[in-house]
Ligand binder design. Structure first.
Ligand code: SF4
Length: 378
């Protein structure tokens, strides 16, 4: 009897099943153990199970959410002292020693479970209308703020392998740098033609697309459109002086049929580039009429994050603040981005922005993208 636990991460209940937060690793493990005739249960939070488990797998997400993992380990240790508690996931993989000592678990699982990786996630344990697919793992690039290339080995799937996995009409790709896959043309072409349950597929990629690849192969933008990829995001992680390149990437997408206002530009802030640089980038995005997905940087070994957007002021004791930034600049940039996106969505001039639109918008848009691309769920 095996229990799978997702700690009580600070994810709003309404967003629990959002594709950004689904405990996909646990769902694959659950599927693997069920296939091997184990009785299994998934618990999202700290609650009593239907049986006394022999083993408990607890997932971890970002390193800065380690406290929630510790709480779960402690809860289940008290409840089931004879069970073996194993912690896996991103935090466990990036900081195994810290994880073992801090959470007091019995074992830390580093990396991916090879056999479980081959299993289709047990979607019946959660209530979702989409499927998550990994068309690749790892990344060839080695961006300094990113943990992906440290925690995942590089591997690619081809179109045939992906097609075999399809079991839904809505696919969310968890690929870190989807366009870098050498099989990408065949994959996109397969997705555009595949019919499942008598209907075509709709796709999304959780990460930003690499514009440098689009610039070399603009035909990929047309293939993305044909494969019905929505919610397109581009990554602009580096300096302002890259702006003419980024403008070209946006034009390539526009020429392929995407509407500018529906394109998001990922931007890492609270990092080496200071507020002025980020603000210059934001203003360029405004000029171009595209939205921004802001990612607040936290180092890969950051073990806490108590940032609270409702407070007026916090300090480095509460959350990581880069030496080029301050608490007030972090808050100002976030507020600017929020205003920026509303203005773009509603075609409002920056100077005519009204607060009440922000309120209307917050009701419509349940999920605000606040995921740091540097530690994405795997
Ligand atoms: S930020 Fe993106 S491109 Fe850079 S290493 Fe990470 S996944 Fe690769």
């Amino acid at each position: 009897m095996i229990l799978f636990v997702e700690p009580t991460f600070p994810i709003p209940t309404k967003s629990k099943n959002h594709s950004n937060f689904l405990p996909i690793g646990l769902l694959k493990l659950a599927s693997y153990y069920r296939k091997n005739k184990y009785q299994i249960q998934l618990i999202r939070g700290n609650k009593e199970a239907d049986f006394y488990p022999k083993k408990i797998y607890i997932t971890s997400l970002f390193t800065y959410w380690s406290v929630y993992v510790k709480e779960s380990v402690s809860f289940y240790k008290t409840l089931y002292p004879k069970a073996k508690i194993i912690v896996g996931g991103i935090y466990a993989t990036l900081m195994p020693e810290h994880c073992k000592e801090y959470t007091a678990c019995d074992e830390v699982f580093v990396g991916q479970h090879e056999e479980a990786e081959k299993c289709l996630p047990a979607y019946d344990l959660v209530d979702v209308n989409y499927q998550i697919i990994h068309g690749m793992r790892g990344c060839k690039r080695k961006c300094p703020f990113c943990g992906i290339w440290k925690i995942e080995e590089l591997s690619y799937k081809n179109a045939t392998e992906i097609k075999k996995e399809i079991c839904s009409n809505k696919l969310i790709f968890y690929d870190n740098n989807m366009l870098i896959n050498p099989n990408i043309k065949n994959i996109l072409s397969m997705l555009s033609k595949t019919i499942h349950n008598g209907r075509v597929l709709h796709c999304e990629c959780q990460s930003g697309f690499d514009g440098r690849i689009l610039a070399k192969k603009p035909e990929l933008a047309v293939l993305l459109k044909k494969a019905r990829f929505d919610n397109i995001r581009l990554a602009w992680d580096f300096a302002y002086d890259q702006h003419s390149e980024v403008e070209n990437w946006i034009s390539i997408l526009e020429n392929a049929g995407y509407n500018r206002k529906d394109i998001f530009i990922f931007m890492v802030y609270n990092w080496s580039f200071d507020y002025e640089e980020l603000e210059a980038k934001r203003k360029k995005c405004f000029e171009w009429g595209v939205q921004i997905a802001d990612c607040r940087f936290r180092p890969l070994n950051q073990t806490f994050d108590n940032y609270n957007s409702h407070l007026k002021q916090q300090t480095k004791k509460d959350y990581y603040i880069h030496s080029n930034w301050s608490d007030s600049l972090v808050r100002k940039f976030r507020a600017d981005v929020r205003k920026h996106n509303i203005c773009i969505r509603y075609k409002i001039d920056w100077n005519n922005y009204e607060k009440k639109l922000e309120r209307i918008n917050s009701k419509k848009k349940a999920i605000n993208i606040d995921l740091c691309s540097t530690q994405l769920p795997t």
